[in-house]
Write a protein that binds this ligand. Structure first.
Ligand SMILES: Cc1cc2nc3c(=O)[nH]c(=O)nc-3n(C[C@H](O)[C@H](O)[C@H](O)COP(=O)(O)OP(=O)(O)OC[C@H]3O[C@@H](n4cnc5c(N)ncnc54)[C@H](O)[C@@H]3O)c2cc1C
Length: 337
């Protein structure tokens, strides 16, 4: 039997597992996907890297700042931009004076951070937890391959709406814990990754753009500017508004689901952006936490030791997930004493 099983190999799960391992506990991560990083996601496409989840890293807390500086020293992270332009109905506006802080990126894609954190951690990938049971002394996690994993404690780092169907029954005796999780809402997002002919000229202002009040587009970035020395052609990433994503989430044809984003960027910035040489669509059902709980993590010992962590506990970004993962490790250690 394990001391702790961490569900999810996003940044919260990885940093948590690292702390637990350093504390001498027997820990394993179980991840449903083949790759690591969760919503810090990078796709290998046309000989390059494209971030189709988190686009950039901002730093507010000292804790996270120290982590990012360490990654910078190891050349996993570098400064990307201080200027996120704003696109309004009247055109592009420069960032507000109080919004000119450093945004970091990973030249080899966001998943480089996950790969770095995963070093030496026991991780079972391609394995989804589908059922959770327990007896008086241990949890039993059943995987989609019908394997049974036994553990004294669980740290779950999956978005709250995905956690609930797995744990609702076993947490019937902890109603206030369940209620907190039920209050967390997530917004969906549709992402387009698109490659263009290198002959097109790209103004500096297009590196990172937040769209204001657009019904379809929320974000436009010149993704290949994160690794200009390795880029064979310009690659852009477009992200939709939650409202647009809600409508296109059930569309069975991915091209139909994504094409309005290309048409819109063509209307807003330049006609050629509507006609890439290649493009791919990714849909995120649980992209961004809307209402976070304002706590670093949630823990209970009823019926057995369980900690919930992730961005949605204390925010909606990578920094919040990182800090929540650290707090979850502390809570799990405390519960196991
Ligand atoms: C489109 C998009 C753009 C974003 N842009 C930014 C940005 O620019 N800057 C920023 O800071 N943040 C951004 N974010 C948010 C950021 O990506 C997240 O806050 C952060 O990555 C969350 O990390 P996490 O570890 O909490 O969760 P996740 O990364 O979601 O990790 C949870 C993991 O659990 C796994 N999992 C789920 N269910 C199961 C199961 N049953 N069994 C096993 N494994 C399971 C998942 O596969 C996943 O790997 C963006 C997110 C999206 C989707």
């Amino acid at each position: 039997m394990k001391d702790v099983i961490v569900i999810g190999a996003g940044i919260a799960g990885l940093i948590c597992a690292q702390q637990l391992k350093q504390a001498g506990l027997d820990v394993t991560i179980v991840e449903k996907s083949a790759g690591l990083g969760g919503r810090m996601a990078t796709r290998r496409l046309q000989g390059t890297w494209v971030d189709h989840g988190a686009q950039l890293i901002s730093v507010k807390s000292d804790n996270f700042g120290r982590f990012i500086r360490k990654l910078e020293e190891k050349q996993i992270v570098k400064e990307w931009t201080r200027h996120v332009y704003q696109l309004s109905a009247t055109g592009l506006l420069p960032p507000n004076a109080d919004d000119r802080h450093t945004r970091y990126c990973c030249p080899l894609g966001m998943t480089a951070i996950a790969k770095y954190l995963a070093n030496d951690l026991p991780i079972i990938t391609n394995t989804r937890i589908v059922t959770v049971n327990h007896n008086d002394i241990k949890w039993q996690l059943i995987t989609d391959r019908q394997e049974i994993l036994e553990t004294k404690a669980i740290v779950s780092t999956i978005p709250a709406p995905q956690f609930l169907p797995l744990f609702e029954e076993v947490l019937a005796s902890a109603p206030s814990f369940l209620q907190a999780l039920q209050s967390v809402k997530f917004a969906p997002s549709v992402t387009i990754m698109a490659g263009y002919n290198p002959s097109n000229s790209i103004p500096n202002e297009w590196q990172a753009i937040r769209c204001l009040d657009d019904p379809i587009l929320d974000w436009i970035s010149y993704d290949s500017s994160k690794h200009p020395d390795k880029a064979l052609q310009p690659v852009f990433v477009l992200q939709s508004t939650a409202e647009f994503a809600k409508q296109s989430m059930e569309e069975s044809d991915l091209e139909i689901a994504g094409k309005p984003l290309l048409n819109q960027v063509g209307r807003l910035l330049a006609k050629w952006l509507a006609s890439p040489e290649w493009w791919q669509v990714h849909r995120w059902r649980y992209a961004i936490a809307q209402d976070s709980l304002g706590v670093s993590c949630l823990s209970t010992s009823i019926p057995l030791s369980l900690v919930c962590a992730g961005d949605w506990c204390a925010g909606k970004n990578i920094e919040a997930a990182y800090n929540s993962g650290l707090a979850a490790a502390e809570s799990a250690i405390e519960l196991l004493k």
